[in-house]
Design a protein around this ligand. Structure first.
Ligand code: SAM
Length: 277
């Protein structure tokens, strides 16, 4: 297929390659070209930029990214999708590199290089694990420039939540301690084939300056303990972290408070004091 012949509709691609959606692989495909273009605009102009996409499936989002002028590196676990994606690669010569494999297992940095935007309609079963891995990379600024990710709406709300709300927890702290995280827009369940049970939303995350003297490992330890027992007072939930109660005292944080009342900056301050101990 050459670049001057229009691409066939995605429904035709799915039918021709027999890509019946697999629940086990979290397959809910997006076919609406306008919505896909809208997602591809979230990271900003992509002409000449590198994009890493997890789970291209039949290639709807991939098309939109390639059409916006990006060089795309895409990792797909379902080998049934590869012939359809190879056709797409032919249509956009030199712009698409396909990797067959598990996004959880590949060395992304080695495959993609630095400065890539990550854009993905994530498989729900590995979505949060991948997000945490991208957020908690040791080196900062990270190897990626921005994250544009589709999540179930409830997970998206947990990522951008502020203190004192029900959705606020470990994920909000990990997403916000050295990033700006916002919901770009909601996506109705009917936009997917097959439609999932719940609504979705696209989250946009950009790295900002990291606070000095705080390691990702220490922050994870503190938030893990604090929110592991979120209904308990900090004096109980943080007991398992050596030095944490002394850190609360040094910072003037009342130990009878519960984790969900602490701002992101409070967790950062606790992790910093502990890092110095
Ligand atoms: N990008 C397509 C779209 O928007 O229509 C498909 C999105 S679908 C929600 C998730 C895709 O991720 C599927 O194609 C699925 O096969 C793939 N996938 C699931 N687990 C994966 C993994 N561990 N590594 C790479 N791809 C995976």
């Amino acid at each position: 297929m050459s670049a001057d012949v229009p691409l066939p509709p995605l429904r035709e691609i799915i039918a021709r390659h027999g890509l019946s959606a697999s629940k086990a692989l979290g397959q809910n495909f997006l076919l609406d070209g306008q919505l896909l273009d809208r997602i591809a605009r979230v990271p900003g102009p992509l002409e000449g930029e590198t994009v890493y996409e997890v789970g291209p499936g039949p290639g709807g989002l991939t098309r939109a990214l390639l059409g916006a002028g990006a060089r795309v590196v895409a990792v797909e676990r379902d080998r049934r999708c590869l012939p359809a994606l190879a056709e797409l690669a032919e249509h956009f010569p030199g712009q698409l590199r396909l990797i067959e494999g598990d996004a959880m297992a590949i060395d992304e940095q080695a495959e993609v290089g630095a400065g890539a935007h990550i854009v993905s309609n994530l498989p729900y079963n590995v979505g949060t694990a991948l997000l945490v891995r991208w957020l908690m990379t040791e080196k900062w600024p990270p190897w990626w420039r921005s994250l544009t990710l589709m999540f179930q709406k409830e997970v998206a709300e947990r990522i951008v939540a502020k203190a004192d709300g029900d959705a606020y927890g470990r994920l909000a702290v990990l997403a916000q301690w050295r990033c700006e995280a916002k919901i770009a827009f909601g996506v109705h369940r009917s936009a997917f084939v097959p439609p999932p049970k719940v609504m979705s939303a696209v989250v946009h995350i950009r790295p900002i300056a990291a606070p000095e003297g705080v390691t990702p490992a220490m922050l994870e330890r503190v938030t893990g303990a604090a929110f592991g027992q979120r209904r308990k007072m900090l004096r109980q939930s943080l007991k398992s972290v050596p030095g944490a109660l002394e850190a609360l005292a040094a910072l003037g944080i009342d130990p009878s408070r519960r984790a969900e009342t602490l701002e992101v900056g409070d967790f950062v301050a606790i992790a910093k004091v502990l890092g110095q101990g």
